[in-house]
Design a binder for this molecule. Structure first.
Ligand code: GUN
Ligand code: ZN
Length: 453
């Protein structure tokens, strides 16, 4: 009698836990595209596309992906969501953006150095106030999510409060976000500079508070060589040596006047990139924005140190900085991600960033295929950040960040999409004509965090 009671209790409990486990499993039916490598190198082997596909998410992680007909049999009891006719891709990865510059996007008429003095520095002053920074962080993260961007490498301002605000806000969505406080101790207004010592201490405290907390990671962020003394760059290098899993995030060789300035400030170094390398700031987790005017031998040093470049086409065109040599950089084996670089960049949309990337490559007499663009905006970005074991594709076990898109969001893009025959053509139309209007829903760690109204 007793045994029977315990047996039935055990069976009952196992049934409850089995159904709970199934309740965690969600399956999404849609066209699904993701990458395993660079299509320019691997061709057809570089991606999987399931026209009628399904993506299975289990407790915030990718469990399976494949043709709907197969997945439907395996996961009959999952909770199914039908996005038929739409496209699911991994969440976009923005490898370079300044959140405090959101409010000054589209500032007229200047190239880099004048643009910084005229527009950027006065704006960044406001981020000393945590409450203000928090409000702007909320707006910024909303912009990321409505554009299908689920991970980003983000500049704060010189104020630690700006980073606390950003990370507090990103925590609400459990985003995989990398950020850091700007280190800047010269050639900027008095109200916006720190010192080698304070920047070291404040960055260290932020690292201890945030680096590795949930999905958040810290980037040591010297603004660029002209605004740091050799002492501050050395302090940044010490931090990197003390906390080797942190990132380094800065700018390099964006504009010709800037490059000349760096030569005059650091005459003992062989070039701009060598300044960073000398202070221990190059390496596997170092991301250098722009690199438009890097020399061939500097490209070699970037490749040799396994550093990454954030390619920011809308910004490079807007500030008149020049044309980044994307295909030569990739040919050297450099990891390159796409960056919006808002507010010098002109859109949060990674589709619009791909659109301008195509034109930058065209102007150099070369071609950037739509498949390679989507690779760069997803897995390529994740690789540039050394996070491809976690995000950027639908590999089993990866964190479930993804975006559901419409192929066409306007009468024109709907018409053009209908006239497209191949996947490549449909993707090219999407990236050329698309923007946040194409983003229907965005998911972070398996949870829906944005839905178009
Ligand atoms: N170089 C140094 N600071 C900046 C910045 O804020 N934006 C861009 N685009 N380049 C920089
Ligand atoms: Zn930038």
């Amino acid at each position: 009698m007793r045994l029977k009671f315990w047996m039935s209790l055990w069976i009952g409990l196992s049934l409850v836990s089995a159904s709970q486990a199934l309740a965690e499993v969600k399956a999404y039916r849609a066209s699904i595209l993701h990458f395993t490598g660079d299509p320019a190198r691997l061709g057809e082997q570089a991606y999987q596309y399931f026209q009628d596909g399904a993506l299975v998410i289990d407790n915030g992680s990718v469990r399976d992906v494949g043709p709907h007909s197969e997945i439907a049999k395996k996961f009959r009891d999952a909770e199914w969501v039908d996005y038929s006719g739409r496209l699911i891709v991994p969440g976009f990865v923005d490898t370079h953006v300044h959140y405090p510059q959101t409010e000054m996007i589209a500032a007229y008429g200047e190239q880099l150095l004048q643009w910084l003095n005229t527009y950027t520095f006065p704006t960044e002053r406001k981020y000393k106030d945590y409450d203000y920074a928090r409000k702007q962080s909320r707006f910024f993260i909303d912009q990321l999510l409505r554009n299908g961007t689920t991970s980003a490498l983000v500049f704060g301002t010189v104020h630690p409060e700006s980073v606390d605000a950003l990370f507090d806000e990103a925590s609400r969505f459990n985003m995989r976000l990398i950020g850091g406080k700007v280190m800047m101790d010269r050639n900027a207004p008095d109200y916006l500079v720190d010192t080698a010592e304070t920047s070291y201490a404040e960055s260290k405290a932020l690292i201890q508070k945030w680096h590795g907390k949930n999905r958040l990671l810290y980037a040591i962020t010297p603004r660029f060589a002209p605004t740091s003394t050799p002492e501050q760059l050395a302090a940044a290098g010490r931090l990197k040596a003390e906390f080797p899993t942190t990132y380094v995030h800065t700018h390099v060789s964006e504009n010709p006047s800037e490059v000349e300035w760096v030569k005059s400030l650091f005459p003992e170094r062989s070039g701009y990139f060598d300044v960073y390398e000398h202070y221990g700031l190059a390496g596997e987790h170092s991301v250098f924005a722009h690199g438009v005017h890097l020399t061939d031998s500097e490209f070699d040093r970037i490749a040799a140190t396994r550093s990454s470049i954030a390619f920011c086409p809308t910004s490079n065109l807007f500030l008149g900085s020049g044309l980044f040599k994307l295909l030569p950089a990739l040919d050297k084996g450099i990891r390159v991600g796409m960056g919006t670089d808002v507010g010098a960049g002109t859109s949060f949309s990674m589709l619009q960033t791909m659109n301008e990337a195509y034109k930058v490559v065209q102007l150099q007499g070369q071609k950037l295929s739509s498949l390679q663009s989507f690779y760069l905006a997803t897995l390529g970005g994740a690789q540039a950040l050394g996070l491809d074991d976690k995000i950027g594709s639908f590999k089993t076990g990866n964190e479930a960040d993804f975006v559901v898109m419409n192929w066409g969001a306007t009468p024109l893009s709907k018409l053009r999409n209908k006239n497209s025959k191949t996947l490549q053509e449909k993707l090219f139309v999407l990236l050329t004509l698309g923007d946040d209007r194409n983003v229907v829903e965005t998911y972070v760690a398996g949870k829906r965090v944005y839905r178009a109204k």
